[in-house]
Design a binder for this molecule. Structure first.
Ligand SMILES: [Zn+2]
Length: 386
């Protein structure tokens, strides 16, 4: 039997946990949009008094601020609360096969400063030192106080071990193979570092954005030198055992097909990734190919072939977990208005739910700023996790 002292300790701990949980939930809600105390209380399932207690504390700390009251219908004037964008910042690093994009964002998804690093500028033996210096240099140039930087989010191609902060062996990403990037940068810069799959980061970023069309069940498909995927299912990032994410690129589309670098046979990536789909075609990249649609019949043929491959993977995923939207990004984002209807048609001919719930295929937002924001978002997301 536990004594009174132990009971007290447990009660105190539970109360602290609940308080932290509610604070984080409130901040997560306000990061999306300004809300009144009454609306916050309603969404959080708290009494108004309980919600006001939390908001008073956050206002006192300068993390949230009151906006101008809004005149109501019956003379009531609710005061919306919003996040103070300058209350905290995060560094976002988007590592890719050509180098990396680095930036700092505030708490309301605004990029304060950004920079590009070319792969050729990175000395392989000193890559971690190089990245560490690039980040501290950027922080210094931004003029933001060090204590306001909450952490660093790194987005990189998978496979990776997010919890251990280790990049494993993504294809054509040799510079970073088997690198414990998280612990190394965390030690060098004295900040928490969160490593996340790049397609997962981008999927999380697009949740609630116009491109996703309000979907809470969608696939973000990133096709470049590899085929990556991030899945939002029932409003949450789809993750399984060991915190690993879904990898649509390694779903087999041909049991008797090509051997994939991952060890499986006939993986989607072994057909649809750029080096494979373009192999032997004379086209050096997807952009060049898409620019020849309408001029070269072969180009149209290759685009249809790519749509066939990708739709095979999308059909499998849709039948498994019932997604309703696909967002395209990576190299295939270029002129995706031509590719997406072809994929959409093929998918909707073949999925189980074709007569009831068709799948929409759209372009994701795609530029260096968004890739940095998506990486930095991981910091706020993890720090404000429930
Ligand atoms: Zn594979």
């Amino acid at each position: 039997m536990s004594g009174t002292g132990a009971d007290m300790a447990i009660r105190t701990r539970n109360a602290e946990y609940t308080k932290k949980y509610n604070r984080n939930l409130l901040l997560r809600l306000l990061r999306k949009e300004p809300l009144s105390r009454a609306e916050l209380a309603r969404r959080m399932g708290l009494t108004r008094a309980a919600a006001s207690l939390i908001t008073a504390e956050l206002i006192e700390e300068g993390i949230i601020v009151e906006m101008e009251p809004v005149a109501g219908m019956r003379g009531r004037t609710p005061t919306p609360l919003r996040i103070n964008p300058e209350a905290g910042y995060a560094v976002g690093i988007y590592l890719n096969r050509d180098g990396c994009s680095i930036g700092i964002t505030n708490m309301t998804e605004n990029l304060v400063i950004q920079d590009e690093v070319k792969l050729n500028d990175i000395v392989p033996g000193r890559k971690l030192n190089f990245l560490g210096s690039a980040v501290s240099d950027l922080i210094e140039r931004s003029g933001i106080e060090q204590k306001k930087i909450l952490g660093i989010g790194i987005s990189a191609p998978g496979p990776l071990n997010g919890e251990g902060g280790e990049i494993l062996n993504p294809p054509r990403f040799d510079l970073w193979h088997n690198t414990l990037i998280g612990p190394a940068l965390s030690e060098a810069l004295g900040l928490p570092v969160f490593l996340e799959n790049n397609a997962t980061c981008l999927a999380r970023y697009h949740q609630g954005k116009p491109e996703a069309g309000g979907s809470e069940n969608f696939l973000l498909l990133l096709v470049d030198s590899g085929v990556g995927s991030g899945v939002i299912s029932k409003g949450k990032i789809l993750k399984g055992a060991g915190y690993y994410t879904s990898e649509i690129g390694h779903v087999s589309i041909d049991m008797h097909g090509r051997k994939c670098s991952c060890g499986n046979i006939g993986c989607l990536e072994a057909y649809a990734a750029m080096p494979h789909i373009l192999y032997g075609t004379g086209y050096r990249n997807w952009e060049e190919l898409m620019n020849n649609i309408g001029r070269d019949e072969d180009a149209v043929e290759i685009m249809y072939q790519e749509a066939e491959y990708l739709s095979a993977g999308i059909v499998t995923l849709t039948n498994l977990i019932s997604i309703d939207t696909v967002l395209l990004t990576g190299d295939i984002w270029y002129e995706a208005g031509k590719l997406s209807p072809v994929i959409e048609e093929l998918v909707n001919q073949r999925i189980l739910t074709r007569n009831r719930q068709p799948v929409r295929v759209r372009s994701a937002s795609n530029n260096a700023g968004i890739r940095i924001l998506a990486a930095a978002d991981v910091v706020f997301d993890r720090i404000l996790a429930g």
